[in-house]
Design a protein around this ligand. Structure first.
Ligand code: GLC
Length: 442
């Protein structure tokens, strides 16, 4: 498997992913009115809440403790190199001071554009800027009510749709994309979410969904490339090409993500718990061990990890998120070079049991991440290890790890063949979340 994705043959212009495949680790932030009901960002859909009832969250959205510098510090200290913020989620509420709607933070008790100070704060920490923008809008009066809409079961669905013009919504959508791509400087990632056309992603032909025609995706992607040609674009516009990254979510791919058999640039997006938006009572919070292992596992397959925080209605990251970000930062402080600039190891290096390999091609260094600590010996099978490893150390404290070429039982019967490199490990596991051994290659 190559250590970089195949060049995409798409005739459309593409974004710049060169920094992306180096930086590997980013923060997703889902923040909107849904932080107030505090039980998932799809709450309006799940509970089919009419606008009139949902407006109470608009009236009471007052993030008085909002401090984007603290957010940027938490992300940066965790080792994250970029962030992606929901400018607007499916509820239709806008964090920035859009001139195209009154349904925005400026008109809530927050009383201001919340996007600008956030972009500025993350840039001050030299982090790249990503904008998530929902194609879906359960508040806009021209968004045709479909089988995903919060009003999908309204008895007035037909009557309401008679007055709705989807093309007018598409115009609004493009106008807002123009705003967020024109008013906040250089944007590094644009994350549209998401298309759900009939007959795709498991939905039957009678499903009333939305896709490229409803968004006018062809014109939209041209607008994006006109305004921010370098921007990295995800693949959720329901277009066969022109995107830069595949974005599997809420699961760990078992190998490098491919399209038509070719490896592509990919990013797994994951939550700390079971919700993207702040969810007070949801308890399935992943441990720091699991989160660090997910990051390593992702990079070992040539991917990026975008890990999500849902800030509260007061404008803070809650304690559970901060504790995990701290724990990941603690590991990254000594292990970051086994993540940044790394990718999948060349095929000739086989990961031992309970381990993942990451590889820095520029420095010719291989990292063995031990998800379980074996007793005294770690066997690295294969001639590549035997012939190319010239030094080994524990990454956390640079203490040497000695090794010997050893004969496996099979080799004993054959000609004098060394096909295993056996590392001698301390009995006691190093006091870090996931120990890593740094192998210097000839
Ligand atoms: C899913 C969720 C959506 C979230 C997105 C992030 O589509 O439904 O709320 O924003 O994942 O990838």
């Amino acid at each position: 498997m190559p250590s970089k994705p195949a060049e995409n043959s798409s005739p459309r212009p593409r974004g710049d992913t060169s920094w992306f495949v180096n930086d590997r680790f980013g923060m997703f932030i889902h923040w909107g009115l849904y932080a107030l009901p505090a039980r998932h960002e799809w709450i309006k859909h799940h509970e089919q809440i009419p606008d009139a009832d949902y407006d109470k969250y608009f009236k009471h959205f007052d993030p008085d403790m909002y401090n984007p510098d603290a957010w940027a510090a938490a992300a940066s200290n965790a080792g994250m190199k970029y962030f992606v913020i929901t400018t607007k989620h499916h509820e239709g509420f806008c964090l920035w001071d859009s001139k195209l709607t009154d349904y925005k933070a400026t008109n809530t008790p927050a009383g201001r554009d919340l996007l600008r100070p956030m972009v500025d704060a993350f840039r001050r920490r030299n982090m790249r800027v990503g904008l998530y923008h929902s194609l879906i809008d359960w508040h806009h009066p021209d968004f045709v009510i479909d089988d995903m809409h919060s009003m999908r079961n309204s008895p007035d669905r037909k009557k309401l749709n008679a007055k709705r013009v989807q093309a007018r919504y598409a115009e609004y959508l493009h106008g807002q994309v123009r705003e967020i791509l024109s008013q906040y400087g250089k944007i590094d990632i644009l994350w549209f979410d998401f298309s759900y056309p009939a007959g795709k992603s498991g939905r039957g032909a009678d499903w009333i969904g939305k896709g490229r025609e409803d968004w006018k995706s062809e014109a939209l992607i041209r607008l994006v490339r006109e305004l921010q040609p370098q921007v990295i674009l995800d693949e959720r516009l329901d277009l066969p090409d022109g995107w830069d990254i595949k974005t599997p979510e809420q699961f760990q791919p078992r190998e490098w993500v491919k399209v038509d058999g070719k490896p592509v640039v990919w990013e797994a997006c994951q939550t700390f718990s079971g919700s993207w938006g702040y969810h007070r009572d949801e308890e399935s919070w992943k441990s720091v061990d699991m989160l660090v292992q997910m990051l390593i596992d992702t990079v070992s397959k040539g991917g990026n990890l975008l890990l999500n925080v849902g800030p509260t209605g007061r404008g803070e990251f809650d304690r559970r998120a901060l504790e995990r970000l701290d724990g990941m930062g603690e590991w990254m402080r000594r292990h970051a070079r086994s993540i940044y600039g790394c990718t999948q190891a060349p095929a000739e290096f086989k990961a031992p049991q309970d381990c993942r390999l990451t590889f820095n091609p520029a420095k010719k260094r291989l990292y063995v991440h031990l998800f379980a600590w074996p007793f005294q010996a770690l066997h690295l099978d294969g001639k590549a290890f035997v012939e190319r490893v010239e030094y080994a150390q524990l990454l956390n404290d640079a203490s040497e790890i000695s090794f010997r070429k050893s004969l496996t039982p099979q080799a004993r019967r054959g000609p004098d063949r060394h096909d295993t490199l056996t590392l001698t490990l301390p009995v006691k596991k190093p006091g870090v979340t996931v120990p890593a051994i740094e192998l210097f290659l000839k």
